[in-house]
Design a protein around this ligand. Structure first.
Ligand SMILES: Nc1ncnc2c1ncn2[C@@H]1O[C@H](COP(=O)(O)OP(=O)(O)OP(=O)(O)O)[C@@H](O)[C@H]1O
Length: 215
């Protein structure tokens, strides 16, 4: 199992139970303010919680337990600006892979390939926080996936993207060889990418059936 949540309670929801298998992709939908982002932040140890969290077979009891999983869990923030750590797009995208491999040249080479694949090579020397909203989104997404983490936590990844870029990002998520928790408001997108779709409510996570059309 990649993630097990048992009876998780935070300031905005209670009794969340979830099992995410290795390489499984799930989507979580729900009303504004119900706590979807808070749920992702809880999985990362950024929110006070009660209950039991296991990630990649490790039990997360105290804050430092979460440090041990950061190299294998990537988080696409709802607000891309919150994620930027470096002063160039190229270094931003290479950052996690460099941390993981300690190989600068290899990380830069792979980052350049990904920039090419997303057709954004012209951005490589730009300062991430000065990009447009959509450009920031793609750069933050590329920074998450380059190091192939075992778990991807994606908070509304298609926000601000044009149609072409939405397709590229969707394709990448679909083919991603790892576990994915996707927060989305677009049910059709969620259905195309994930087999299991949940709706978050105050009292817990509800598994939606294939025939459900409404959230
Ligand atoms: N750091 C915090 N401390 C206390 N409450 C917070 C904090 N961050 C968010 N909240 C509150 O928690 C609730 C859930 O917010 P959250 O961002 O998780 O919702 P969401 O489901 O992701 O919403 P949206 O669909 O609008 O992005 C909101 O009422 C919000 O005001």
């Amino acid at each position: 199992m990649s993630i097990i949540l048992n009876n998780i309670k935070t300031h905005c929801f209670k009794d969340i139970n979830l099992e995410l298998k290795d390489n499984e992709k799930i989507a979580i939908l729900g009303e504004n303010g119900v706590g979807k982002t808070t749920l992702l932040r809880t999985i990362l140890g950024l929110v006070d919680f009660e209950g039991q969290i296991d990630i990649l077979q490790k039990s997360m009891k105290v804050e430092k337990d979460f440090n041990s999983i950061y190299s294998e869990v990537a988080y696409l923030f709802q607000d891309s600006d919150d994620s930027f750590l470096t002063s160039s797009v190229l270094e931003e995208i290479a950052f996690n892979l460099y941390n993981k491999t300690d190989n600068y040249d290899f990380s830069i080479k792979k980052a350049l390939e990904l920039l090419e694949e997303f057709n954004i090579s012209q951005l490589k020397e730009k300062i991430p926080i000065k990009l447009s909203g959509g450009q920031k989104r793609v750069v933050a997404f590329c920074a998450c996936i380059l190091s192939n983490p075992k778990i991807l936590l994606l908070d509304e990844p298609l926000n601000d993207l044009d149609e072409k870029m939405k397709k590229r990002v969707e394709e990448k998520i679909l083919l991603y060889k790892g576990s994915v928790v996707l927060i989305a408001h677009d049910l059709e997108f969620a259905k195309r990418v994930c087999k299991k779709i949940y709706r978050l409510e105050k009292d817990g996570l509800i598994l939606l059936k294939a025939e459900d059309e409404k959230i």
